[in-house]
Structures are given as C-alpha cells and as structure tokens.
Ligand binder design. Sequence first.
Ligand code: PBG
Length: 325
Amino acid sequence: MNVDRPRRLRRDGVRSLVSETELRATDLIAPVFVDATTDERVPIESMPGHERVPVHDAVARVEEVLSTGVEAVMLFGIPESKDDEGSRAWAEDGVVQRATRAIGAETDAAVIADVCLCEYTDHGHCGVLEPDAREEPTLTVDNDATLDRLARTAVSQAEAGADVVAPSSMTDGMVGAIRAALDDAGFEDVAIMSYAAKYESAFYGPFRDAADGAPAFGDRRHYQMDPANGREALREVRLDVEQGADVLMVKPGLPYLDVVSAVRREFDRPVAAYNVSGEYAMLHAAAEKGWLDLDAVARESLLALKRAGADVIVTYFAERIAADR
Ligand code: PBG
C-alpha cells in the first residue's frame, strides 16, 4: 500500500530532529509578588507554590528563579497603603521601586515591572475613577486622567532600574504616553512590553487574591477586551505598535491561542503570551485530585503557546518547567 506515512518521523531519535518548537528557560518570565505589608513570605492559597515576599526577601526570591535558568522576572507590588488615585504606584520608595533597586544591585535578572494602578487604588480599578463611577459602573475609569499616572509610574520604575515596563491597564494611549515620558526622562533604552490584547477574563481570579487587586465594585468590562472579539485584538495591537510597543502581549494564553497566532502572523515584533493565574490554578487543582499529570500538562500548555506563535511566555510554571528540562 502506497500511503504517505508521517509516523516514520515519530521514531525515537528522528522525532526530535524534526520537532518544530522548543521550550527554553530563557523564553520564560516568572512573576514575583513583592509585598510591603509583610515581614515574611505569605503563601498564596489559590496559586500553590507561590508566595508574596517581603521587600527584604526579593533578592533571595529572584535568585531562586535564576537558579532554574529563567532569567527574567515580572514584579507585582502590594503597597503598604492604598488611596483613590494609586499614588504608591509611582512613589520613589514604592514597593516595586525598592525591590527593583535591590534586585538590580545584587543580581543579573532582567526586571520587568508591571505598570498598573489596580493594586494601588483603594477601589481596585486600573486607573482614576470618573466622578460618578459608583452610580454608572459601565464607565468607571477616566482614561485620559489615568495616562499621566501610568507614565509617572513607568518613569519611577525606570529610575529604579527596571529593564522593561509592562503596562497592563488597557488604557487607550498608554503606550504612547509612557514612551514619551520615558524618552523625556532619558530612558530611551527601557523597553515597553505592552499588554496589547488583554481580555476581561474570569481566569484572573487567583491573581486578584494574590495581588489584592479585585475591583471593589463593578468590573473591568469597559477597559479590558470582550472575550467574544478576535479581530478587535489586531486593532488593539496595531495601536500599541504605532505608539512604540517593543513586545506585544496577549492575555490570557491558552483560551486565546487564535489571538496569539493572529498577532504573530500580522506583526513583526516579539509576541508574548501570559499563561495566567487561572490557567495555573486549574491544572494544579486537577493534579491534586490525581486527574492530570502536572508536569506533563504544564509543559504541553507552554509548548502550545509557543507553537501558536509566542516568543515569550509569562508563567507561574516558569521555575518548575525550567528546572525540569
Ligand atoms: C492588572 C493585572 C492583572 C493580571 C496581571 N496584571 C489582573 C487584572 O487585570 O485583573 C492578571 C494575571 C493573572 O491572572 O495571572 N494589573
């Protein structure tokens, strides 16, 4: 019988020769939660294996990451206090700024700082509120008033030594405002990894516990994208490219592989995918029940993101997968 036989290439030895995609430790970014309200590490219940670490322990935490071969961390901060505009986000002695200085002084890690206000505002939204936000919860955040705060936050992180800033608030114009402010302050070499297509997703639940950033009222539907929309992601990404984004992020990851793939095809900049907290938590929960093999499904998930077109993956599995290679 003369059939084409793809199975010939699946034999041991041959199989790896023809494999199209590879997971490398250096493609992964490990999120780290730095908490100004604690003196010791606090486990995050919904994200097994992850902890909020105090500032004085941030260097040790990053060294653990580096020891696995992962070279980049993404810092999220839990500030000592919150207010209505999120002013601890751009404080010179803010939690991320202090941690960034220490990590820069003592390690070779690439530091990527999250630029958002939701962990810093007392209402938990990603920007400053419209005056009648509580009565009209479909229009909560004042877009343009937020831009200036995001820009200040990014500049303060760059001053502390961040290599990359990663704006995640889905504020229209954020990339342009941040690029201009960084350049004005002399930080032309600090890159922007933009959360270009970030969806209003239920998969962020565990992160909001971890970072204490859940909205106190309403939701994020008028600034994060509608999960129903695919074409709109290309519009969002195009705007960020025009404004100077260096790396284009799609978030969440696995449920949005079509978007990762479309962004890869359409644009010539590195694409990042964020394998979010809910993706991590659900695999852990199933593994705990003995229903899934955690290492295998974690590896397969990240490989799928690479196959879809991600160059870089932000993932809570970073250390586990890197250490296991
Ligand atoms: C917002 C931000 C969020 C995540 C990263 N940055 C939460 C949100 O938009 O509500 C979620 C990450 C995850 O779920 O792992 N600053």
